[in-house]
Design a protein around this ligand. Structure first.
Ligand SMILES: NC(=O)c1ccc[n+]([C@@H]2O[C@H](COP(=O)([O-])OP(=O)(O)OC[C@H]3O[C@@H](n4cnc5c(N)ncnc54)[C@H](O)[C@@H]3O)[C@@H](O)[C@H]2O)c1
Length: 358
């Protein structure tokens, strides 16, 4: 399902013996990182600078981007790096972007759920997406800011309001759930982690994260109890890191890795590399939920195909049924509340406008 970011070099490598970088073999691609000076943003900026598919890297934050850009910009790889700081420079950062990655916002502290982040991060995401609609309406958006289950529908509403919504280009980044599921499975099954694939479907919080270990490869004969424990550990992976960091934030390094893997997949898709498949939280008809994470085939226009769930074990089927109400009702009310002031023009309101929000 995924390959290393650096493997992109092989996929679109210049002919042996060629000197320098051949711009003929790899199209120019601009990637913007919004929140680039943060815990995720900085290592993500580094990993995107190492990606040979990127020709221009725009690093935007409300503070500290000149330093990050100067630092990362000294690395002798293909892309030109520019730092942008503050709202006045947001347009410039976004202009001509092919992919915009958003890790802007506040991270979780111990005792907080991803939902607790909602009010702060929803406002940040709304403003950033309004700017995306204005300055790079055709860009692919990779949403990392939590709670992804809500920030993605909010981004969709902002784009709809601006008349730029393209459901094929909006992705919630759930790759870290896949990365964790692969690591934990490989450890338990005692198989080479580099060869492991595990689809993770649903959403990106607690029990909405549903790893499908019955479809994991290489196959391993794990006991039901082991599968339950692996599922729980994958669902609680974020909390494990939040608690271990004891107040100093949430997953940053593994998230940057996961974000770089997903952005690399989007770039490969844009460049016409066939059969690029990753799990992502996208507009979906796989279940009755309007947004859902499942395997997605990526192509020149973003989502080429949202793939189905495949055969589920009884345990996974149960998990799927459990996540539905949690996911749906709570998110719906949060989003409605957020859009309360402007919700006469939002489709969630049009659908459920008669609900009391108090
Ligand atoms: N999708 C996932 O799997 C996943 C995993 C871990 C963390 N996260 C989320 O990613 C987000 C960032 O986490 P972090 O640890 O890097 O936090 P952080 O506080 O270290 O960094 C956030 C950065 O965003 C910047 N920022 C704030 N408002 C901004 C705005 N309006 N425009 C641009 N930048 C802005 C801050 O200045 C800061 O540099 C959080 O919402 C966190 O919950 C998602």
């Amino acid at each position: 399902m995924r390959s290393s970011v650096l493997r992109s070099v092989k996929t679109l490598a210049k002919p042996a013996g060629a000197r320098g970088y051949s711009s003929e073999s790899v199209p120019d691609r601009k990637v913007a990182v919004l929140g680039a000076a943060g815990g995720i943003g900085q290592p993500l900026a580094l990993l995107m600078k190492l990606n040979p598919l990127v020709s221009r890297l725009a690093l935007y934050d409300i503070a500290n981007t000149p330093g990050v850009a100067a630092d990362v910009g000294h690395i002798n790889t293909r892309s030109e790096v520019a730092g942008y700081m503050g709202n006045d420079q947001l347009g410039q950062a976004l202009e001509d972007s092919d992919v915009v990655i958003i890790p802007a916002g506040v991270p979780r502290k111990p005792g907080m759920t991803r939902d607790d982040l909602f009010n702060i991060n929803a406002g940040i995401v709304k403003d950033l997406c309004s700017a995306i609609a204005k300055y790079c309406p055709n860009a692919i958006v990779n949403m990392i800011s939590n709670p992804v289950n809500s920030t993605v529908p909010i981004a969709a509403e902002v784009f709809k309001k601006a008349g730029t919504y393209n459901e094929k280009k909006l992705f919630g980044v759930t790759t870290l759930d896949v990365v964790r599921a692969k690591t934990f499975y490989a450890g338990k099954a005692n198989v080479n982690v580099a060869e492991v694939n595990v689809p993770v479907v649903g959403g990106h919080a607690g029990i909405t994260i549903l790893p499908l270990f019955s479809q994991a490869t290489p196959k391993a004969n794990l006991a039901d109890e082991d599968i339950k424990a692996l599922t729980k550990r994958t669902q609680d992976g974020g909390t494990e890191v939040v608690e271990a960091k004891a107040g100093k934030g949430s997953a940053t390094l593994s998230m940057a890795y996961a974000g770089a893997i997903f952005a690399d997949a989007c770039l490969k898709g844009l460049n016409g590399v066939p059969d690029v498949v990753e799990c992502s939280f996208v507009q979906s008809t796989v279940t009755e939920l309007p947004f859902f994470a499942s395997k997605v085939r990526l192509g020149k226009n973003g989502v080429e195909e949202v793939l189905g769930l495949g055969p589920l074990s009884d345990f996974e089927q149960e998990g799927l049924e459990k996540l539905n109400p949690t996911f749906h009702i709570r998110k719906l009310f949060q989003i409605l509340q957020f859009f309360r002031k402007c919700c006469t023009c939002c489709s969630w309101h049009q659908l459920f406008g008669c609900f009391s929000l108090e």
